[in-house]
Design a protein around this ligand. Structure first.
Ligand code: CA
Length: 519
């Protein structure tokens, strides 16, 4: 595979722009309604389309024009939205690694040992089975392009977790450095980043998001037609530090404050990359048979003060705005565009994609899943769907404080009700999201039966997950594995070779001290 050189990148940009406007789906299939409550019986099971999962970092539900943002420009994702099945009540975890752990293993992240984004607690348990492993076993080509953030050590990286092709930065963001295992290549930057490609660093050219999408497109082009593929594209944008090519930032400079202008600029750049990729799928004649999923990994980090789709809470919160994200599924050969109001989650992607790929799920793995296959609902808006509960816990407690953090920053959702802890036992606020989507009125006193029932479910859940927290006392290596590998490959010292903790390009401290280590 070639390195992402500037010539290739420019060629990619030019080729994509022209065809974007014509990228409308040619037809939608008349998918038969799925049998009620029988995920494994869906007519979509085993159809084995190509699958592209795009998951951006720190972009919230409201950071798109198609979800109502009055300022931002996202014409390509808006078009995808118009051609997709849209989940309107789709949830993830409140921060980066937790969402990625739940996505990969189909189980609440605590069950895979992930309770933070740093401190070794971002590392996915080696015992966790990932759905890319099952897709690989089922004959799919699998690749990840962008952020992994589930462990930087050699035995934790995505090549050991089901991805055949890996093109990733380290830690939770380009240039991030923390003590222990979680740290990127030394001195790494958003422009011309050094990227670990199948275990070997490459010095790329261009802006990080462009680099990740371009490499994904190269890989897809090589695989198309040979075998079905699963490409996960996970840009670190628009996560801070807020850096983007100047022309995107300028689009918003006179409309919003400087930070939001950069944040929106990073998203508009993502949008252009999505447009180029969709145009390529059409050009390669694989558009109809490729499922494209667009989603994000937590509530908005920077944009919620401008527009938050009427929700309370943002990244790092157990309120609705911390976990509800866009989830658009476009598959022209099989899905009719439309909205789905079912309470769905990242947890559902594992069983959904495994079923779609015809992948065998071992019984013991299936028994441990917290998610449900979305295939019946994707095919039919009226398909039955379980009356499920979603538990959110922000984690991030101080070292050694897991047991006493039971009620810190947590919530439980069922039906229209979201019950949010005020920080102690018997201290729950209850909201009806259907009549009160902005969570303005606590109705716990009017519904003691609901509070009691949800609290009992929460108590059981906590008792179940507490023994799974295997990373709490983990001690990381003295040197970040990415830095060690970088110095081994390139030697040192040099201008980019400061030791960990000295001169590294850490994100600027957020304004609020308590949010300082969110990733
Ligand atoms: Ca994130």
């Amino acid at each position: 595979m070639k390195s992402p050189k500037r010539r290739d990148f420019l060629k990619w940009c030019a080729a994509g722009a022209a065809a974007v406007s014509a990228a409308r789906a040619q037809r939608t299939a008349r998918a038969a309604p799925a049998p009620a409550a029988a995920a494994s019986g869906s007519p979509l099971a085993g159809r084995r389309p190509n699958i592209i999962l795009i998951m951006t970092d720190d972009q919230g539900y409201g950071d798109l024009a198609c979800t109502g943002n009055p300022v931002i420009k996202t014409p390509n994702i808006d078009r995808l939205y118009g051609e997709a099945v849209r989940f309107t009540d789709f949830h993830v975890s409140p921060t980066c690694s937790p969402t990625r752990a739940s996505l990969m293993a189909g189980r609440h992240e605590f069950k895979s040992g992930v309770t933070h984004t740093i401190l070794e607690r971002e590392r996915l348990s080696p015992k966790a089975v990932t759905f890319p492993q099952l897709l690989t076993a089922a004959g799919y080509a699998t690749g990840i392009f962008g952020k992994w953030h589930l462990g930087d050590e050699a035995d934790r990286r995505p090549d050991k977790r089901g991805f055949q092709e890996t093109f990733i930065h380290g830690a939770g963001g380009i240039g991030q450095t923390y003590a222990g295992s979680c740290g990127d290549a030394p001195g790494n930057r958003y422009f011309d980043p050094v990227i670990l490609h199948n275990g070997v660093f490459e010095k790329t050219q261009g802006y990080c998001t462009d680099v990740f999408f371009a490499q994904a497109a190269r890989w897809i082009e090589e695989r198309k037609g040979k075998q079905p593929f699963f490409a996960e594209i996970t840009p670190n944008a628009p996560h801070g530090p807020l850096v983007c090519p100047e022309q995107y930032e300028k689009m918003y400079a006179d409309k919003v404050d400087a930070n939001v202008a950069k944040f929106y600029g990073m998203i508009t750049n993502i949008d252009e990359n999505v447009g180029r990729l969709l145009a390529k799928l059409k050009e390669w004649a694989i558009e109809k048979d490729t499922l494209v999923i667009f989603m994000t990994d937590n509530g908005s980090a920077t944009g919620s003060r401008v527009y938050n789709a009427g929700m309370r809470g943002a990244k790092g919160s157990a309120h609705n705005g911390g976990t509800r994200v866009p989830a658009f599924w476009r598959w022209p050969a099989a899905l009719r565009p439309g909205d789905r109001g079912q309470l769905a989650a990242h947890l559902d992607i594992f069983p959904t994609l495994a079923e779609l790929a015809g992948a065998a799920v071992p019984d013991e793995v299936r028994a441990g899943l917290d998610g449900f296959s979305l295939l019946p609902v994707l095919a039919d808006a009226a398909a039955s769907w379980p009356d499920r509960c979603l538990v959110t816990h922000v984690g991030r407690w101080a070292r050694g404080k897991a047991a006493e953090s039971k009620y810190a920053n947590c919530s439980i959702r069922r039906g229209p009700y979201l019950m949010v802890s005020r920080g102690g036992p018997n201290a729950w606020d209850l909201y009806d999201l259907k009549s009160d989507p902005g969570q303005a009125k606590d109705i716990a006193a009017q519904h003691p039966d609901v509070v009691k029932e949800l609290a009992a479910i929460y108590d059981k859940w906590w008792a179940d997950v507490l023994p799974c927290l295997e990373n709490e006392d983990a001690v990381g290596p003295a040197v970040n594995p990415f830095k060690e590998l970088y110095w081994k490959q390139y030697g040192g010292p040099g201008p980019n070779n400061a030791p960990p903790g000295e001169g590294q390009d850490e994100p600027a401290p957020p304004k609020k001290a308590k949010a300082a280590r969110k990733a």
